[in-house]
Each structure stands twice: as C-alpha cells, then as structure tokens.
Design a protein around this ligand. Sequence first.
Ligand code: ZN
Length: 305
Amino acid sequence: MRLEGIHHITAVTGDAPTNVDFYVRVLGLRMVKKTVNQDDPGVYHLFYADERGSAGSDLTFFEYPGARCGRPGAGMVHRIAWRVGSEEALAFWAERLAAEGVATERDKHGLCFADPEGLDLELLVSEHPDQPLVAEAPDIPAELALQGFAGVRAYASNPGASAPLLEDALGFHPDGEAAWERRGSERGSFYVYDTPPPERGTPGAGTVHHVAWASPMDELESWRERALAAGAQATPVIDRFYFRSVYFREPSGVLFELATRDVGFDVDEPLESLGQALMLPLQHEPRRAQLERALTAIINPRAPA
Ligand code: ZN
C-alpha cells in the first residue's frame, strides 16, 4: 500500500472573482470544477488543477465572501509548493508575476510569493521524474507551466509528536529534520514542519483548510484503519462525489484527508468544458435557482466568450 503524495489542497478565499483571476489567468491553472461546499451549499467550492483535473495538481477554495484574511500558526499549513521544470521556468514566473505587481523572492530553492490574500506559494524545480501535470494556458508555454504539487510546509512546535502517525501509519519517509516525503509508485510530495510564529494562527481567507493525500479506492478503508490504530480520530469514509474521503487531524494539528484518485471531475460534465457550469451535488439540485442567485458572480478567464 502506498499513498501517492498530495491529492489536493483546500484553502479559503473571501473573494472568488479575484481568486479565479489569480489562479487561472495569472498562474495558468484550469478551473476544473465550479461547485458548492457539500456541507454548506451557499459557499462555492472552486477547483484549480491541470488540464484533466488530476490528483496531485488540484488546489481548491471555499469562498466565504468578505472573509477576513487569516494568519497561519501552529497546526496549520503555511506554504504550498508547486513543481516547475527548470530554472528558466523560475525566471519566467519571476518576470510574469512582477508584471502583475506580485512581489517575489528568489531563494536558493525556488521562487516565493503570495496570492492576493496572503497565502504563501512557492515554485521549485523538480528533482523527481513525476509526470508533469500541466494546464493549457494560452500565454504560458507548456514547458514553463506549473506541474503539480511539490509539497506543503506546515507549522508545528513539536514535530516529533507527529512522527509515529506519519511514519508508522501513513508510510511517510523521513527526509531530514522535521521533514518527510510521501512517495507512491507514480508521484510523491514533501511534508515539512517549520517553527511556528509566537502568535496563534487564525483561520480565514488566504489560509489552508486541509491537505489531502492520494489513496487508491480499494485501500482507503485500510488507510483509515491504520490512522485509527495510530490514535487518530478518523471520520468514516465520506462520499465527496468526485472522490471518497476520510479526515483526521494529525498530532501537530494539521487537518489531513485521505482521498481516492479513481473517479475524476469528468464524471458529471465533459472534459472539454470542465469548470464552466455550476455543478451541484444531487441533494442540492432542487435549490439551484436560489443558490445561483446567492453565489458570487465570477468570470472564468478560460471560458468561451
Ligand atoms: Zn479535501
């Protein structure tokens, strides 16, 4: 049994129009699903990914319109890292982001910047041969595009407390101090802890809600049992329609999800037009007119005019 690195990452936005513009037009990801939070259908759930909506490339946002910006603290993911293919890609992104007025910082590892609500992002040149998960943006050459997640960095004051769950139950491989890698047969991602700031974290816009790790469908229950045996308070398997999920907090406080890779975003709309129409979970379909009126109007830069 192997988890195939990160499946998706879910964060919070207070401003869906700006969020869509940044992730689709500026970063060149494809909006692969426009739906609502299953548990709170008045709230958007927007998914950005590669061209096919592949696990490993999928960043999702709940929109709470007007939500104040939060601040990551202990027990929260504070940075999302994507792979890019080359040093030339880092140079391309430094220039492209500067032209958008986005401040960037180049360090020895990669290029750091933040989204419009302060969510820290980083581009790293990949050392692994994982298949690039790339979206087709009209003004971004494929070889320079984002290629899927490299990993996430979280804050933890006592990273060692998480080691038994990460290593013994979930098979994360130690890769330095407070650093792990979860590599499957096709893909892998890093999971690293940094020393938290003294202030408590506050959830809100621009903060990560949870990180999901990719499981084959037929292994999900076994992974859940392993998490339970390691002391995690894992939920039952929940049907999220596009995948099945189990949630639990790891000992440092980060909300983990294990999600299956087997269904896909083209189960309820054609691959060619992913993300253009509002897709509703069946139980919320009777309220479509009311929900459509209440949700923020957004323009998908990639939708046909
Ligand atoms: Zn999730």
